[in-house]
Design a protein. Structure first.
Length: 419
């Protein structure tokens, strides 16, 4: 009988699998009629966990990026979750709370399984990601933890001479992130994360409709010009009074497997005021969306933008401080404990006119005239939305997985000539 006791004790000491083993043991010995929590559909709980994590982070990143930025909260959550799986039991539950992760390992594994099957391959949408924990060569990685994160797909692990040759390491990391910016190395490790997005709308914008147009600031003053692209179709729209914004939902990819929300102010609302509520209110926004009764004219900029920054300060602003300061937070990741000097993320997105399906025909004749008349009369949405949607002033945007509402990237556009 000593062997099972030793095994259980070791698992408890490492904070790994202990709850499942004990549950299985007592279940096998005493029977029990309770439903196995590991077999339940956790999609709704996963969706809420994602939202809880990124709702505050979005505003903190925006404040540090002058409200013109794009970042991916999704992969930040994945990387930090991987580290939390290697934390000492004395601090692990605290980390799980910060990341909105459940205590039961089997349920966390279900969360990870959902997350890592969201970005399926396809010629319609490309989400090219690279994500890695770079450890100094002097560290010895825990093989159990390394195997788990590799097998699950949560995080890649690599080694570099961070202490012995920081200049050469910085050059290698610049190549990894595909950036020309210098990477300042601190600590004995660093988290790197990059995303390059190219996607086809479910329905294309007409190339013939692209035109140069003025772009305004929050006060209505012209600050530059942009290439506008236009489409007329039935879409889901919402008026969000507490944010003083209107929101359009545009399907992305084959069968609308992703969806992009674009939000623009309806009055004199300053962008930063809406940013503080945007992702935090995403459930309310999704529930407020209504399909327009008739086709609505949608006009948005064609643009490409890229952001690169260390997310660590924003994470500290929302209370996630342990990974950088407390050795217990990564005590089962490596020896000595990996204490990342930062989490550097680069995200590039390009929104163009191309789509999976061709631009809808505008039509001719009596029926088309009746539709145009109806469009000028009402859209079926609140009057504050109006008869069209024009993003010709600072706006917010975010790409979601349609089924789970996982936020794959989010940002704000306020500088037509900014990077």
């Amino acid at each position: 009988m000593r062997l099972p006791v030793v095994v259980i004790a070791l698992c408890i000491a490492h904070g790994v699998y202990s709850q499942n083993i004990l549950g299985d043991l007592f279940g096998n010995v005493f029977g029990g009629g309770k439903t196995d929590p590991c077999s339940k559909d956790v999609t709704d709980n996963y969706r809420k966990a994602q939202n809880d994590f990124y709702k505050a982070l979005y505003a903190k990143v925006a404040a540090r990026s002058d409200n013109h930025f794009v970042f991916s909260p999704f992969t930040i959550w994945l990387s930090l979750s991987a580290l939390a799986e290697g934390a000492d039991p004395s601090i692990q539950n605290e980390l799980f709370t910060s990341l909105s992760l459940p205590r039961e390992k089997c349920i966390r594994n279900n969360y990870y399984d959902i997350a890592l099957h969201i970005e399926g391959p396809g010629r319609d949408v490309s989400l090219d990601r690279r994500r890695s924990l770079i450890l100094d060569e002097g560290l010895m990685v825990n093989p159990t933890w390394a195997k788990f994160v590799k097998d699950s797909g949560l995080l890649d692990v690599a080694f570099a001479p961070i202490k012995a040759n920081p200049d050469a390491t910085s050059q290698r990391l610049k190549q990894f992130l595909a950036t020309r910016s210098n990477i300042v190395l601190r600590g004995n490790s660093v988290l790197l994360d990059s995303l390059d997005y190219h996607g086809l709308w479910t329905t294309a914008f007409a190339d013939s409709s692209i035109y140069r147009a003025p772009f305004f600031n929050d006060m209505g003053q012209q600050i530059g010009t942009v290439d506008m692209m236009k489409i007329k179709k039935r879409v889901r729209l919402a008026h969000v009074p507490f944010m003083s914004t209107k929101v359009v939902e545009l399907p992305v990819g084959a069968d609308g497997r992703y969806t992009m929300l674009i939000a623009v102010s309806t009055g004199n609302n300053i962008l930063k005021n809406a940013i503080n509520m945007f992702l935090g209110s995403i459930f309310e926004i999704f529930s407020a969306l209504q399909l327009s009764v008739v086709p609505v004219e949608i006009t948005i900029p064609r643009f490409a933008m890229s952001s690169e920054f260390d997310v660590k300060p924003a994470l500290e602003d929302v209370g996630i401080t342990q990974f950088w300061r407390d050795p217990a937070a990564t005590s089962y990741v490596s020896h000595p404990p990996a204490m990342p000097g930062g989490l550097i993320q680069r995200v590039s997105v390009k929104l163009d006119s191309n789509g999976v399906e061709p631009t809808p025909s505008s039509g001719k004749g009596i029926f088309s005239g009746l539709v145009d008349m109806a469009t000028n009369t009402a859209t079926g949405i609140a009057s504050a939305v109006g008869h069209n949607f024009i993003a010709d002033r600072p706006f917010m945007f975010a790409l979601f997985d349609t089924r789970t509402h996982t936020c794959l990237f989010a940002g704000a556009f306020s500088r037509p000539h900014g990077r």
